[in-house]
Design a protein around this ligand. Sequence first.
Ligand code: GTP
Length: 395
Amino acid sequence: MDSTPATATSPEGQTEKPVVVVCVGMAGSGKTTFMQRINAHLHAEKEPPYVINLDPGVTHTPYASNIDIRDSINYKKVMEEYKLGPNGAIMTSLNLFTTKVDQVLTLLEKRAAPDPEHPARKPIKHILVDTPGQIEVFVWSASGNILLESLASSFPTVIAYVIDTPRSRSTSTFMSNMLYACSILYKMRLPMIVVFNKTDVADASFAKEWMTDWEAFQEALDKEQNNNAFGGQEGEGSGSGYMGSLLNSMSIMLEEFYNHLSVVSVSSLQGTGIDDFFQAVKEKADEFKRDYQPELDRRRAAREENREKERQKELEKMMKGMAMDTTASTSAVGDIKPEDDDMEVLSPDEESDDEMDDEQDREGLQARYEAATLHQEESTTAEASFVKYLHSQRG
Ligand SMILES: Nc1nc2c(ncn2[C@@H]2O[C@H](COP(=O)(O)OP(=O)(O)OP(=O)(O)O)[C@@H](O)[C@H]2O)c(=O)[nH]1
């Protein structure tokens, strides 16, 4: 697949790419309600987004998706056929969907560019992605990694980490949430916006203060310790002792992390704060282009180089057998001209007939899959069986 970033041309003649907003958050944080709200906001602005649902287990989404994992993967059947529990089935469904990632990108790139056949149809400006509530399944799986890297290799991509504000009011739950956000940032290596949701129930100013003023966090911590919030011996306000000092140290450690975040307060239910969110999206998309894109390009180039070296080795072996010089150029062989692969529907039954392309896609996917699992200490059974599945498809 062509890895040249997809572009659309603005009326001023400048090139623009749609921004991908990937919504992640713990179950019940309000991700889906938030997706519905930002989707409605963009429709009201006459800039309808392209919506992708990656949650195979969701029974109902309050917004229409352009691509829905449930259209091509039957989560219940995956559970039955592979004899998996709910989380294993979500992971396997994502793995199976990942085999279609190049088709997804083709569709997105089409919608990102002006369509000469439909001049009235504006190129999209936003791609919204909803993810499974089982956050770790997406964040820590190789397929989540591939999906995100694939999106980020074509479009500016930002993470919206949705937090349930009322449930983060104590210093310990707040810190747990921040540590989770921190791990996601380092795992995904993409710009992040922290979205404090449900602010109609609890104002998020306390959280913003804790993130910018270490003493304010310390004060709240002291107050909780005095109320014996962390347990310990009765009458001794400092609780079990280590909790308070651990939280304190972590807040100091996270200062650098906080500096890399955009923070917004919203109520997905009432619709407040959504303009601020889109302002943050714009800023983070610029940051992506400035700081993240070069690193992604470097990683992709390294991967391509490795693949090219492997291919060259194979070719040399083959040519040796035929006693030919692989470096000599010949006019007898022209460039391969890709045929127009105008694929509109994402369905397992309607794949391209071109087996060579399929083979290359599978090899590319397998290389990405193996690269994604390489730095993980243990690949899960679901992932291991998926790699096996890819091998069997090649054979
Ligand atoms: N008060 C209030 N409730 C909200 C808000 N956003 C979401 N909720 C409620 O929070 C609950 C969970 O919302 P969802 O949007 O389903 O959360 P989710 O993160 O998608 O949940 P999973 O599908 O389990 O991942 C629902 O009862 C929503 O009505 C908000 O801004 N304010």
